[in-house]
Design a protein around this ligand. Structure first.
Ligand code: DTR
Length: 341
């Protein structure tokens, strides 16, 4: 018994000595390390905004936090992003809500054909709506920011000058944008943006429906010599953090991240809007891309085909228990407010 008690006390002493030297996370142990997962390639705007956020957080926390970024799906891919962050496979993740339309019903309302004029306005209204309604779909994470693309346009291998040119054309899109292609008579092919370069090269699709910066960032100008301006719909994104990782952060670090939320939304919107202009100019200059503007009478036909989409979303969202008409009315109001700022 005595021998046992001596051994027992020795073990306790050893543990206490080790504990006494073990670093306390976030205190004497040096910076908190956070892993930030993203799904598209590094040159694309979701990753450009990720690097800007990393720089600002590391600067504003005076080095208390170090963020390791993982572009290109190297830590989590597009469809696993939300569940991967909830499970702690990454501390932070950037996700395109269009890839899971049934999961993000409320915030995907921003993908309705509401004539959102720019990524800046879309990003600020998306953040306003998230703050106002706090959707249940984000209850298991901390939302660090949200932003949108610039309005989507058609990028194609063959010219699209009319609905007749669009009929049956295989075009890549996702979420609300996919519904719009279907309404116009195209054949929408759903896939994450990260899968689109291969689909274009293999001829699985004849183009895509998205914001135009990818003409440069993913070099689609080399494959799609035509752009048809529709300026119809944006795609919404969210940057989310694992809740345990969030709660483990020092209070002053959490304040830095909270204060960055709407600033990052606006920064990303402004970046996107400016980069789209650059990408279109680059595509025309370096690849002779033709930008097609639809005559007003033709554009009116396209717009008329979209009218049932918003009514359809309202019916679906009402059935799921959302105050759908009030949400759409609120979005329209906030669009007019943010557009005027
Ligand atoms: N096309 C939408 C959004 C999007 C627009 N540009 C990029 C660049 C990288 C990833 C996504 C996007 C989408 O596929 O989500």
């Amino acid at each position: 018994m005595k021998r046992q008690s001596f051994c027992g006390w020795t073990a306790v002493l050893a543990v206490l000595m080790i504990m006494g030297t073990a670093p306390v996370r976030g205190a004497a142990a040096g910076p908190v390390q956070l892993r930030y997962a993203n799904f598209p390639p590094a040159p694309t705007f979701p990753c450009v905004q990720m690097e800007r956020w990393k720089t600002e957080v590391e600067k504003r926390t005076s080095g208390q936090v170090r963020i390791q970024t993982f572009p290109g799906g190297t830590l989590l891919d597009a469809k696993d992003m939300m569940d991967g962050v909830i499970a702690g496979q990454a501390d932070i993740g950037c996700l395109s809500m269009a890839y899971q339309p049934g999961r993000f019903v409320l915030t995907n309302a921003l993908s309705l054909p509401l004539a959102i004029p720019s990524a800046r306005v879309g990003s600020l209204v998306l953040w306003d709506i998230y703050q106002a309604y706090q959707p249940e779909s984000f209850a298991k994470v901390k939302v660090l920011t949200m932003f949108t693309t610039a309005p989507a346009n058609i990028m194609s291998k063959t010219p699209v000058r009319s609905l007749a040119n669009l009929k049956g054309l295989d075009l890549r899109a996702s979420g609300g944008a996919a519904q719009i292609l279907t309404a116009w008579g195209a054949n929408q092919v759903g896939m994450p943006m990260s899968d689109t370069p291969e689909a274009l090269q293999k001829g699985v699709v004849q183009g895509l429906f998205s914001s135009l910066e990818v003409m440069k960032d993913l070099k689609f100008a080399e494959i799609c010599p035509y752009i048809t301006m529709t300026e119809t719909v944006i795609y919404p994104f969210a940057v989310v953090m694992n809740l345990d990782a969030w709660k483990a952060l020092p209070e002053d670090v959490r304040k830095v991240m909270d204060d960055l939320s709407v600033e990052q939304a606006e920064w990303t919107g402004n970046y996107m809007d400016g980069h789209v202009e650059e990408a279109v100019a680059w595509s025309r200059q370096h690849h002779g891309v033709e930008v097609i503007t639809l005559p007003p009478a033709e554009k009116a036909k396209w717009d008329a085909l979209l009218e049932p989409i918003t009514a359809g979303w309202i019916a679906d969202a009402n059935a799921k228990g959302f105050p759908a008409e009030a949400i759409v009315k609120d979005i329209r109001h906030r669009l007019s407010v943010r557009a005027g700022q």
